[in-house]
Design a binder for this molecule. Structure first.
Ligand SMILES: [Zn+2]
Length: 176
């Protein structure tokens, strides 16, 4: 099958398939004489595996390790277990970060009660004040759990997730 068909079956986009190929997660497709990529059943399964791991917010590096062990059934899997433990830690760190974020937002919310003229809005002036001292926020953003992005998906992709972490990968499924 061609790339479009594979993308449809795997509910992802052709860009992602090419991206995983470049990253070495998916084996290179064979080419037809007209130089089209052709894929088979094994690609569907591997792609489903990758997509599922991505839905669990694993990094490409983590998935690469998992695939290595999938391809080496005789190897001891203790590294897989360790990887999962580590990833669970990443999630826990992210949860703590989100709790801090929630607290910040709640205290910001308390800065404005009844509707005022926007010029007097405590939230807007609080945001402006915080923006002036924003350096520490950026430092915190670079924490090692930064790849756990799920909670922001519905809102917007933050710059660090699209640029630093997953170049060229489209996370949401566009409906055509
Ligand atoms: Zn992780």
């Amino acid at each position: 099958m061609k790339i479009g068909e594979l993308a449809k079956l795997a509910q992802t986009q052709s860009e992602n398939i090419r991206f995983y190929e470049r990253e070495g997660l998916l084996p290179e497709a064979n080419r037809t004489e007209a130089n089209y990529r052709v894929y088979d059943e094994s690609h569907i399964q591997r792609l489903a595996f990758i997509r599922h791991c991505r839905s669990l917010d694993m990094t490409l590096g983590e998935i690469r390790t998992l695939l290595h062990f999938k391809d080496a059934p005789e190897e001891n899997c203790h590294e897989v277990n360790a990887l999962l433990d580590e990833h669970i830690d990443h999630v826990a760190i992210r949860i703590r970060e989100l709790r801090v974020l929630e607290k910040e937002l709640k205290s910001l919310r308390l800065q404005c009660q009844a509707g005022n003229a926007s010029a007097d809005c405590g939230i807007l002036s609080g945001l402006e004040k915080a923006a002036r001292n924003a350096k520490h926020h950026r430092a915190r953003d670079l924490g090692h759990a930064a790849h756990i992005q799920r909670t922001h998906q519905q809102i917007a992709l933050s710059p660090r997730s699209s640029a630093a972490n997953r170049p060229n990968e489209v996370r949401s499924i566009r409906v055509r």
